[in-house]
Design a protein around this ligand. Structure first.
Ligand code: PFF
Length: 450
């Protein structure tokens, strides 16, 4: 099976499109709000700089050397005695688990884009009611918009790397950036901006408990799309002349910048009207529309732009969540792209319905397990357990299993890293990242507590 190749800019945009997603604009602000701001942001930034970037290089390297689906990549690159490493490639299936709730949230965003035209809520009470009504009672509307999201994503993936994924990213990523930076310019002029800045960058150490720490590390994997083979699968179509180091740097930088910009924009609007930051997943759905209502027609326009940006970000990430398994079915089972897309879409569409039902009043109990709605379980399991585990497999594989000469030949050559950076990167992959991830897992299991 001949793999299509991205263009150089297409690859950067596609990888950035995968990284920049709901994680940046929806999740990062509400998590920052919940975990008290500064200290959470600091752990997140440190993890990105010292671990996230290195893991991204490692993940891209596996894809660029293997040039196939995630399972085949691990299998081919492992020595004959270590072919069992192919099982690590099943990390690609995490994407489908993530898509079950990710697509539901994209559905909410699409719903809000329509809602905006009928006017923004005037009070937080009203906004809460609209969001809660959607999530707890509007089963059909949620299924409808979740289905629309599944169809859009399915269509893009069906069109393939060049005709679908590269194209959508080349259009939507610049559009998203223009919108967000435009909103930032406006936020600068608000009094709330200084408060937002202080909230995000003044660490409150007392708020940093084990849970906040685990969530910050987990989120840095989620936001960079690491540990589930999305970046690996895209890198399998990396153009020959592209530099892994440079691309990984640009993607990491863009992703972080956009999360910080989104946070500043949202908190500026919030603090301008004295709203509270710790409102959980409803933050952008409840607070933002009400606050924007205060800006009159301009507010409606901002709301539309904001939700469009959110939808763009979500869709470009969603395609990267579906592509790894589709590529796997094509490579390993010689399935046609059309069939693979239909099969995978159907599976996560169905589980997605169970996930959205788990928040409804009528079905919530049926779809709750261990006292938690299925939606929350899926989200928590993926970002706090499966992605870090996938990341662990990646660093151990590149750091200890892949032939050292092969790694060096690719990463320590002109256009990639010089000797010093290569050594630092290798150290990070072999020691810092694994130790940090083990530390995180121990925290998660409650064995140690911060
Ligand atoms: N990075 C995406 C976000 O921040 O929303 C989510 C994601 C995409 C996670 C692809 C993992 C992945 F492989």
């Amino acid at each position: 099976m001949k793999v299509q190749r991205f263009s150089k800019i297409g690859f950067i945009m596609a990888a950035a499109g995968s990284a920049v997603g709901l994680g940046n604009i929806w999740k990062f602000p509400y998590m920052t709000g919940e975990y008290g701001g500064g200290a959470f942001v600091l752990v997140y930034l440190v993890t990105i700089a010292f671990i996230g970037f290195s893991v991204m290089v490692a993940e891209m390297l596996i894809g660029a050397l293997g040039r196939k689906d995630t399972v085949s990549c691990f299998e081919e690159l492992a020595s004959p005695k270590k072919k069992w490493w192919k099982y690590a490639g099943f990390m690609g299936f995490n994407g489908i688990i993530i898509m079950t709730f990710y697509s539901v949230v994209i559905g909410w965003i699409l719903y809000y884009i329509f809602l905006i035209f009928s006017g923004l809520p005037q009070t937080t009470q009203e906004a809460k009611q609209i969001f809660n009504d959607l999530v707890s009672h509007q089963i059909l509307a949620q299924i409808f918009f979740h289905t629309v999201s599944v169809i859009i994503v399915g269509y893009v993936v069906y069109r393939g790397i060049k005709g679908g994924i590269e194209k959508i990213n080349l259009i939507l990523m610049p559009a998203l950036m223009i919108i967000l930076f435009g909103l930032l310019l406006y936020a600068f002029s608000l009094d709330g901006f200084a408060k937002a800045f202080a909230f995000m960058f003044e660490p409150k150490w007392e708020k940093l408990n084990s849970e906040a720490f685990v969530r910050a590390v987990g989120h840095s994997f989620f936001t960079l799309s690491l540990g589930m083979g999305a970046i690996m699968t895209y890198a399998a179509s990396l153009p020959k002349e592209a530099s892994i180091t440079k691309t990984a740097f640009i993607v990491t930088f863009m992703d972080t910048l956009i999360a910080l910009v989104a946070g500043l924009v949202i908190f500026s609007f919030l603090f301008q009207f004295g709203a509270k930051p710790g409102q959980g997943p409803g933050l952008v759905f409840i607070s933002l529309p009400t606050i924007l209502h205060n800006f009159g027609t301009l507010g409606t326009f901002f709301a539309l732009l904001f939700f469009l940006a959110l939808a763009f970000a979500g869709l470009t990430s969603a395609v990267s969540l579906v592509e790894p398994v589709v590529q796997y079915l094509i490579d390993r089972f010689c399935m046609s792209r059309t069939k693979a897309v239909i099969l995978i879409s159907f599976i996560y569409w169905l589980i997605g319905i169970a996930a959205l039902l788990s928040y409804t009043q009528a079905w919530g109990k049926v779809f709750s397990f261990f006292g938690k709605p299925l939606f929350d379980l899926l989200e928590y399991t993926t970002d706090s357990i499966l992605l870090p585990l996938g990341g662990f497999a990646i660093v151990i594989f590149v750091g200890y299993v892949l032939q050292k000469e092969r790694v060096k030949a690719h990463i320590n050559r002109p256009g990639e890293m010089n000797d010093l950076f290569y050594k630092i990167w290798l150290f990070s992959i072999r020691y810092i990242a694994p130790v940090a991830l083990i530390f995180m897992m121990l925290n998660l299991m409650g064995v140690i507590k911060l």
